[in-house]
Write a protein that binds this ligand. Structure first.
Ligand code: SAH
Ligand code: SF4
Length: 395
């Protein structure tokens, strides 16, 4: 199995006083831990349940284990190691942005959107159908649902910073600091679920891997996190969407996964030349090659491939761009849908927002030509939580 490194290959330090986070380990790896500590094999499943189903924050909370076992774990250098929400910024629209601290003190950002951002609409999934139903129930008003978080979406980071250098994205300005571990990726979700006392199963939680970083440049840890989230925490992979800037080898690997979230490609341009000017990575992998790779990704019944398209005023938002985009997608032979995102401004980024009438014309052209197109609602702009604004802003 490619997703989990073997226990022996984990970077255990075994140095006195060094701390190893348990929240990150697969069941198989926990079996390695219990064997190493000469504990009964069934203890590994108890630890697994405490970590991922109960989402405990400390060894003391693992009450299914006798005190002696908890103490042995602690003395052997293990801790739960769940990432911690260090700061929370609350938007007027209900969105919350968190600075999450990892065990080594590095911080990433995670966003909680109580009513989603309409990103699921029209992709043919169960999550999309439920979103549409909830939207029609609250159409035209910002009604509070009976359970405030019944269809919340969590936006998860996969790296500290990002190496891809898209010209319109604030995260790019950080550069690439480091990859997140599987535990740090899944742990963001656990920390946020704990904060909002979410019960997986009762509440409908969607996950989007659209925070800081490029998930397919941290492929193994990202997929290991998906396994923890699905098999450990019980969140179905059909409620998860991973977005990639177009890392071709990552898409090819992803196409072969058994446990597969929905996929979105950040296309952002109708042709290679515009795309290259805003996403230099296009020099490496061309749109046509990305589309060929996407065709190999199996879709569930009724599922559509999502293409994200950030509208930059005067750059890619003209009617001729909409025409070219619609032709590109129709000729791709893929069941496609487009998520339009109005560019969120940031300091020192030399673009402008598109005019509202251009956004409307762009969307209408796509729809009229047979390409479903949805406008993502910007969430939490006032707290720098919207797409592309994540750069650990503390102000
Ligand atoms: N790195 C991955 C996932 C994180 S970015 C990717 O690029 O797909 C998530 C989405 O935010 C991408 O579609 C990206 O194009 C978009 N985005 C980045 N900066 C933005 C900005 N300033 N305004 C609006 N959307 C932005
Ligand atoms: Fe990285 Fe995505 Fe931002 Fe591009 S848009 S720099 S890939 S986070």
């Amino acid at each position: 199995m490619q997703s989990f490194p073997q226990f022996d290959s984990l970077p255990f330090k075994n140095v006195e006083n060094s701390i190893e986070p348990l929240f990150s380990l697969s069941l198989q790896q926990l079996e390695g831990v219990t064997a190493r500590l000469s504990l009964e094999p069934y203890r590994s499943r108890q630890i697994w349940q405490a970590l991922y189903q109960q989402r405990v924050s400390s060894l003391e909370e693992m009450t299914a284990l006798p005190k002696s076992v908890r103490e042995l774990l602690g003395q052997s250098g293990f801790q739960v190691g769940l990432p911690r929400i260090a700061q929370a910024f609350v938007s007027t629209d209900g969105t919350e942005r968190y600075l999450v601290t990892c065990p080594d003190g590095e911080t990433v950002e995670t966003v909680w959107m109580p009513n989603g951002d309409d990103g699921e609409l029209g992709d043919g999934s169960d999550a999309a159908a439920e979103d549409a139903e909830a939207n029609s129930a609250t159409a035209g008003e910002q009604a509070e649902p009976a359970i405030p978080y019944r269809r919340a979406t969590i936006c998860v980071s996969s790296q500290v910073g990002c190496a891809v250098n898209c010209q319109f994205c604030l995260t790019a300005k950080l550069g690439m600091k480091r990859n997140l571990t599987a535990g740090e990726i899944a742990g963001q979700v656990a920390a946020v679920l704990n904060r909002h006392q979410v019960r997986v199963g009762r509440d409908r939680i969607n996950l989007v891997f659209m925070g800081m970083g490029e998930p397919f440049l941290n492929y193994d840890n990202f997929m290991a996190a998906v396994h923890l989230l699905v098999e450990g925490m019980g969140i179905p992979e059909s409620r998860m969407t991973v977005s990639t800037s177009g890392i071709l080898p990552g898409i090819e690997r992803f196409a072969k996964e058994k446990l597969r979230p929905k996929l979105a490609l950040s296309l952002n341009a109708p042709n290679d030349s515009i795309r290259e000017s805003i996403m230099p990575i296009t020099r490496k992998w061309k749109i046509d090659d990305l589309l060929v790779a996407l065709r190999e990704v199996p879709l569930r019944p009724r599922e559509r491939m999502t293409f994200e398209y950030v509208l930059l005023g005067g750059v890619n938002d003209r009617l001729q761009d909409a025409r070219e985009l619609s032709a590109l997608l129709r000729n791709s032979g893929l069941p496609a849908k487009v998520n339009l995102i109005v560019w969120n401004p940031g300091p020192d980024i030399p673009y402008r927002m598109p005019a509202p009438e251009d956004v409307a014309a762009f969307q209408q052209h796509l729809i009229a030509s047979g390409v479903p197109a949805f406008l993502r609602r910007p969430r939490g702009r006032d707290i720098y939580a919207a797409c592309g604004q994540l750069k650990r802003t503390v102000e």
